[in-house]
Design a protein around this ligand. Structure first.
Ligand SMILES: *Cc1c(COP(=O)(O)O)cnc(C)c1O
Length: 414
């Protein structure tokens, strides 16, 4: 049981004031960015623990975001695999349909308190851009979203959403014209504009203070879920799990449970398999390295260049992982497992068909692991963070997987 006791003071001790989780994290940025990041760090520490800030954020979460989101017991789905009970924390019911708004509203409120006029970010698939554009509209802030030209062409509906919400979508034409170049462009803009603007990252990663800030804003997921699960069942779940892209919904779910006797599983995308370029399972196949200004595990070649990554879920294909995950893995507190495209897609169709909930493909990876856990354990319970809804995915899914005929779901109908 000592393993849990070690975490009694964890949130006070990690990250350290210079943003380190053991040997991971930190801040390795160009000199012209240092003043900007230091300002964000100081403001966060000064403002975000004040009663006024917390009360205002609480009201926004309740009245605008629709929090608390429920915990739901999947009775029908659980019955298919034995006696292990599967529960969902329904982040798909958060406004805009995913967990990302949790930290975007926090960052928007911080920007307001700091007297900033603008939010700056990059986006890949567009989910972070849409959540941030939503926060900007709510707080009456300008919003510049940097996006690679290739991604703009691929993610048309999200580009339209951002524009309708009043954001400027700024095309980035350098290099491969995707996420990496968009990050560079957003950092460059931040260095120039930080007197009026604040940068808002899309996950629990990047240079300090962003991994900490995003984790703290997201931990509302686990704080609510822990209380709700206890209230529903009178005991703790045996296990919890969440999908890990950059690592924000998972850390939000995990941190409030770290000191409890609960097994914790982070699920990465195995894609089409273990060959380089066919997956984005950083914890399974990565090595220690540095990416986007912080130390963590990275999928990289011999020269330290990030490897190509792939997943059926565009929100999970990042060649690094938030630094806190790297630390929790080395501590042995969180287990990292994988789910393949195929396992995730079967879980997608199972939840749709047997519970009436169409999950995001990202979230389906966590659900796929919960199903595997249920099959192996036969009893007990597992609580899954369902990070988002699948509406954004259905056209892609239908084109590539139809309505799930190949998974022969009728075999479950007894
Ligand atoms: C972006 C996204 C993810 C992955 O991001 P994390 O930072 O790892 O949580 C997972 N699920 C959904 C629905 C997303 O939009």
């Amino acid at each position: 049981m000592n393993k849990y006791k070690d975490f009694d003071n964890y949130l006070k001790e990690f990250p350290t004031p210079d943003g380190r989780f053991g040997e991971y994290g930190g801040s390795y940025i160009a000199p012209e960015l240092q003043a900007a990041f230091a300002e964000a760090d100081n403001a966060y520490e000064a403002i975000c623990h004040s009663a006024q800030f917390i009360n205002e954020l609480r009201r926004i979460r309740k009245e605008f975001q629709g929090r608390p989101t429920p915990v739901y017991h999947c009775e029908r789905l659980s019955k298919l695999f034995g006696n292990c009970q599967i529960y969902l924390k329904r982040e798909d019911l958060n406004h805009t349909g995913a967990h990302k708004l949790n930290h975007c509203m926090g960052e928007g409120l911080l920007a307001k308190y700091m007297g900033k006029k603008k939010l700056i970010a990059e986006t890949g698939a567009g989910q972070h851009g849409v959540a941030l554009a939503t926060a900007a509209a709510y707080f009456n802030l300008e919003c510049d979203i940097y996006m690679g030209e290739v991604d703009i062409a691929k993610q048309h509906p999200n580009v339209i959403r951002m524009k309708m919400l009043g954001a400027n979508v700024i095309p980035v034409s350098a290099g491969l014209k995707t996420l990496k170049e968009a990050v560079d462009a957003a950092f460059e803009a931040y260095a120039k504009e930080y007197k009026d603007a604040i940068y808002c990252i899309g996950s629990a990663l990047g240079p300090h203070p962003f991994p900490k800030m995003v984790r703290d804003f997201q931990s509302v997921i686990g704080i609510e879920a822990r209380e709700q699960f206890l209230d529903m069942t009178g005991i703790m779940p045996d296990a919890i799990c969440a999908c890990v892209g950059g690592g924000s919904n998972s850390l939000g779910m995990f941190t409030p449970f770290l000191a409890d006797p609960v097994e914790i599983y982070g699920i990465e995308p195995l894609g089409r398999g273990s060959a380089v370029g066919d997956h984005a399972a950083t914890m399974q196949y990565g090595t220690k390295g540095r990416i986007h200004g912080f130390d963590t595990y990275v999928l990289q070649d011999e020269n330290g260049e990030p490897s190509p990554v792939y997943s059926v879920a565009s929100g999970l294909d990042y060649p690094g992982v938030g630094p806190e995950h790297a630390y929790l893995r080395d501590m042995g507190r969180v287990h990292y497992e994988t789910a393949s495209d195929d396992e995730a897609m079967e879980a997608f169709f199972l939840l749709s068909r047997f519970e009436g909930i169409i999950p995001a493909i990202e979230s389906s990876h966590a659900l796929a692991y919960a199903i595997k856990y249920a099959k192996e354990h036969k009893s007990g319970s597992i609580l899954v963070c369902l990070s988002g809804r699948g509406d954004k995915d259905i056209d892609y899914v239908y084109e590539n997987y139809g309505c799930g005929e190949k998974y022969n779901l009728d075999k479950y109908l007894k």
